[in-house]
Design a protein around this ligand. Structure first.
Ligand SMILES: [Zn+2]
Length: 219
């Protein structure tokens, strides 16, 4: 089976996404790129994450053409491949329907940075893309344009897209985005939330990139 290990990793992270309540049911989707071949493993359309086996994951090229697999790929395939085609550093895309971030994206034009960990992991306030019907090329184009050179975007009335170098980094970013939105909402019940200033956000991002971790590529 082509890219069996990568297919299994995609299943692991898709299950983590569902079990962390970043999405419900079969919504949301996960992809990862094989650096050697450039091929992409993506979750199939409308299948329960707990029932997936490696054979259910679909292998596509960066234009969304099926290379291996007997399932239909996610209906949001273009939402993944547009980032893979245009940003070489992207190794993974995660699309969630996480409720607090999505709610903030309905009420605000950007998700402010309330948590230091979001500043570190994502590095900038997260823009909100205008509403576009799901599963369309226009949705992918809008998400790509509004994200700019950032690492995440909220799709109004829909969900969140996060990108990263690895599945682990990308799902972690999606989880921190949701936690930030939850904490912001909790603070809003008490009073006006205090947002991290832009300079502090940049400082935290630099610190994270240069010093966080155990001596891997992040230092
Ligand atoms: Zn969606």
């Amino acid at each position: 089976m082509l890219l069996e290990e990568l297919r299994s990793e995609v299943i692991d992270y898709a299950r983590q996404m569902a079990h962390s309540r970043l999405t419900s049911g079969t919504w949301g989707n996960v992809s990862a790129r094989d650096r050697e071949t450039g091929l992409i493993a993506i979750t199939p359309s409308g299948m329960d994450y707990d029932s997936l086996t490696p054979a259910d994951i679909v292998i596509i090229d960066e234009h969304g053409k099926i290379v291996d697999g007997h399932r239909r790929p996610s209906v949001e395939t273009e939402l993944h491949t547009i980032f893979m085609r245009n940003r070489l550093e992207v190794g993974s895309v995660v699309h969630t329907h996480s409720p607090f971030a999505t709610a903030l994206g309905i009420a605000r034009d950007e998700i402010p940075i309330a948590l230091a960990e979001l500043a570190a992991v994502v590095g900038s306030a997260i823009p909100v893309a205008p509403y576009v019907t799901l599963a369309t090329a226009a949705l992918a184009e809008t998400a790509y344009r509004v994200m700019g050179d950032g690492r995440a975007v909220v799709l109004r009335n829909h969900g969140v897209v996060a990108i990263g170098e690895t599945l682990k980094d990308t799902l972690a970013a999606a989880a921190v985005i949701e936690e930030n939105a939850l904490v912001y909402w909790l603070a809003y019940q008490i009073g006006e939330p205090s947002i991290l200033p832009r300079e502090e956000v940049q400082k935290l991002r630099c610190l994270y990139l240069s010093r966080y971790g155990q001596g891997n590529s992040k230092g």
